[in-house]
Design a protein around this ligand. Sequence first.
Ligand code: PMV
Length: 336
Amino acid sequence: MSQTNADAVCTWVDQMLDQQKHNSPAAQASAYAPSNIALSKYWGKRETSFNLPITGSLSISLAQHGTRTGLSVIDAPQHQVILNGAAIDANSSFAVKVCQWLDRVLPSDLKLRIDTHNTVPTAAGLASSASGFAALTLATNTLMGWQLPEHQLSALARLGSGSASRSLWHGFAKWQAGQLEDGSDSIAFPLTQQWPQLRIGLLTISSQIKAVSSREGMARTIATSALYKQWPQQAQTNLAAIESAITEGDFETMAATAEHNAMSMHATMAAAWPPLVYWQPESLIQMQKVWQLRQQGLPLYLTMDAGPNLKLLYEAKHQTDVQAAFPDVQVISPFG
Ligand code: PMV
């Protein structure tokens, strides 16, 4: 990012928080945010320091799978980051990102203990960073008494992790790419549509930390994959198709477009150099099983983020068939 751009973003954050940055904090606060899975993916940044995306994206949140973050004010020289009950190394990439985010929005003399509990495996492509930064943003808003409107909270969450901008709500959320240099219009908002019959099935192939972060993967894809050139156009077309399928309650179009979008994203990554393949052999076995079942008439689709795990998309009336085929599936009802 150019210095001018960085200054523009800092000015925008400062203006947004205005005097509130110096509110007296409450002693503690906590918040929950669900993780989310993009049906139309974000893959590629037009600006890297503040996670400004090349395209818009649209997601569904994962109900009880997410992050609860507790904050308390401490009398210490540094923030203290606790992940799932254990203090973590201040130099780990998670702690560094959390502290950078806090230092951008808080007065420099205010130090916090950040107690983060994930109910999704950390860094397994199940987007714990999305729910993590969304919960951190919501908890900080409460701790500091900011009372910021949701679109500003979304922009603040995005500074921590792009997909976090979509994780402040349950249900569908759309993140508009925005055009402004300072990123203040790169924000997400919830869609009003509900889809109580929609189910997401998590097939966890591995919960190991992924070898290549999304940030690095996106940069490599843009720099070296010739297939990336077609991605922005496809992402835009897919997003519009998914949004209208949601409005019309057209499951097949919504889920087929989401699967096509995910496969296309993974194809752009595979064409990067060195090749970027997040799948494991077991991922492909499960994908082929999905395609076979679909050929046999089961309306079952899949999507995958930057990791080896599958997320199945189907409707409640096919629960028994899905569970029979995938006994280990973890079922999520995003609308309760
Ligand atoms: O927000 P990040 O940096 O974790 O990137 C998310 C990238 C994908 O999960 C692959 C796609 C998306 O839109 O969530």
